[in-house]
Every structure is written in C-alpha cells, then in structure tokens.
Design a protein around this ligand. Structure first.
Ligand SMILES: Nc1ncnc2c1ncn2[C@@H]1O[C@H](COP(=O)(O)OP(=O)(O)OP(=O)(O)O)[C@@H](O)[C@H]1O
Ligand SMILES: CC(C)(CO)[C@@H](O)C(=O)NCCC(=O)O
Ligand SMILES: [K+]
Length: 244
C-alpha cells in the first residue's frame, strides 16, 4: 500500500493505492498536513511508502518526520523519469509537471501526449511519441483569473465561479464571468486546435481542480481525470523501483 501526496500551490491532495487501485482520496489544507497524514496512516496501517510531489511551500521535514514509520520518497529532479527532458531549463521545470509527463508517458506509450492541468495555474505539457518532453505553457487558472481582476483593479468585485449566460456579458458580473470562463475555455480549445493541427496520433489528458467543470464546456471532447497526478505519482514510483 502506498500513500501519495500532491502539495499544490493552493491545497494538498492525497490518495492511498493498493497496486493501481485507489482505496481513498483526501483533500486538505497545508496547515493540517502532519495531523492528516498521521490519521491516514492510522487508518491504513499497511502503507509501506509515502510518495510526495511538491510545488507548494511546505517543509520537506514535515514528511521526513514519518520516516520512522514507513519509507518516504520526496520526488526531485535527481530521480529517474521515463522521458527525455528537452526543456531548455530542466532544473526549473515544476516537479508536478514532471510527474504528469511521466504518468502520461507510462500510461499511453508510443503516441503524442498533451497533459492539461487546470489547477491554480493551467499547465500544458507535451511529450512526443518518441518520449521527448518538449515543454508547453503556463497560464493563470480559473480562480486566479477572478482574483487577479479584483486584486489589480479598483472597481472589480471578487466573484465566485459561475457559468456565464452569454459571451456578451450584459453586466459587470456577467462581463467578468464571460471574460474569465469563456477566456479560459477559448484558450484551452485554441491550444488543443493548435496541437491537433501539428500532430496526429495524440491523446489529451485533462486534470486539476477545474477539470470537470471544463470538460463539459470544451468544444473538443475530452474526459477529465481529476486523479491523474496522484495516479502518476504511484506509477512513477513503481517505475523508479523497477529502473533504479
Ligand atoms: N475548495 C477549493 N479551493 C481552491 N480551489 C478550488 C476549490 N474547489 C474547486 N477549486 C478549483 O480548483 C482550482 C485549483 O485547482 P487545484 O485544487 O488542482 O489547485 P492546487 O491545489 O493549487 O494544485 P496545483 O498547484 O497543482 O494546481 C481553482 O481554480 C478552483 O476553481
Ligand atoms: C507552474 C506551476 C506553478 C504549476 O503548479 C509549477 O509547475 C511550477 O512552479 N513550475 C516551475 C516553472 C516551470 O515549470 O517551468
Ligand atoms: K496546476
């Protein structure tokens, strides 16, 4: 049994795996980290490994404190990954993006793959059919767009996510919802069209906190898998054991 933990920019997601099956999922805040992990390990006493991907501001030591209970692995750039990293600045590539790319490479062999993670930021990661990781894009996520409009202007209110009723927003609120939500959708559909025009034989993986909201609104049909990062952590850890 393996406990995987994804420390994102906003919150923490975790899952317990038995082989490739998820037994339970958890979402919690950074300040609750040690207490939640302690509880999870009390419930799943057969956990032998704690596997972490972190891009958030959490001390590595918070995880290392569990080393007397089980094997702790904190993924870093020094680990072995199943793709050739062609990013011009490989050391600054986010570990979450590396884990997503690794999961896509292992799960969908010999095809072009685009991973879209709609979280705090939207990240796009492209791995070609020869397992070259080429890069992608980083842009503000849905919540971040609402917050930026409010934080950097004098008159725009902070709104909660709401599906706009038209692309022609007829009030301040509707104009913001249209700009944020439609802009988000047009951006993603636009990127997908660009990749489709340039590559054949490719698969798109959509994940992150906004994946489900997004999936049903895209012009392109894609299924969301909100658990893809945690599944990829589990799979990349198995790959590491088999190849180290
Ligand atoms: N309770 C919540 N807190 C924050 N975001 C939420 C919540 N529920 C849904 N969301 C949506 O999820 C998005 C954030 O995604 P996610 O939770 O994957 O981010 P994260 O934890 O910061 O991870 P990452 O940094 O890997 O993107 C926001 O844009 C927001 O619309
Ligand atoms: C882009 C984020 C913030 C997404 O979580 C993370 O992957 C990160 O901090 N990346 C570092 C920059 C890069 O990936 O090139
Ligand atoms: K993200």
């Amino acid at each position: 049994m393996v406990l995987t933990v994804d420390v994102g920019n906003t919150r923490i997601k975790a899952a317990v795996f038995e082989g490739s099956n998820v037994l339970e999922n958890f979402i919690f805040e950074k300040k609750e980290l040690e207490e939640k992990i302690k509880k999870i390990l009390e419930k799943f006493q057969n956990c032998s490994d704690l596997i972490v991907s972190s891009v958030g501001s959490v001390e590595k030591q918070s995880f290392m404190n569990f080393e007397n209970q089980l094997n702790v692995h904190f993924f870093s750039h020094e680990d072995i990954f199943p793709f050739h990293n062609k990013y011009a600045t490989p050391k600054t590539l986010g570990i979450d993006r590396m884990i997503l790319a690794a999961g896509a490479t292992l799960k969908f062999p010999k095809q072009n793959r685009l991973v879209i993670d709609a979280g705090t930021c939207i990240t796009y990661d492209f791995i070609d059919e020869n397992d070259n990781y080429l890069g992608g894009a980083i842009s503000p996520g849905l919540r971040l767009r609402y917050e930026s409009l409010h934080n950097f202007t004098a008159r725009l209110p902070l709104l909660n996510l709401e599906a706009p009723n038209s692309y022609i927003g007829n009030s301040t609120a509707q104009a913001i919802h249209s700009g944020v939500v439609n802009g988000f959708i047009y951006e993603i559909d636009g990127f997908i069209d660009e990749y489709r025009a340039n590559f054949s034989n490719f698969i798109i993986i959509l994940t992150g906190g906004d994946a489900e909201f997004l999936a049903k609104r895209l012009k392109n049909t894609i299924f969301a898998n909100s658990n893809f990062l945690l599944e990829s952590l589990n799979q990349t850890f198995q790959y590491k054991i088999d190849n180290d």
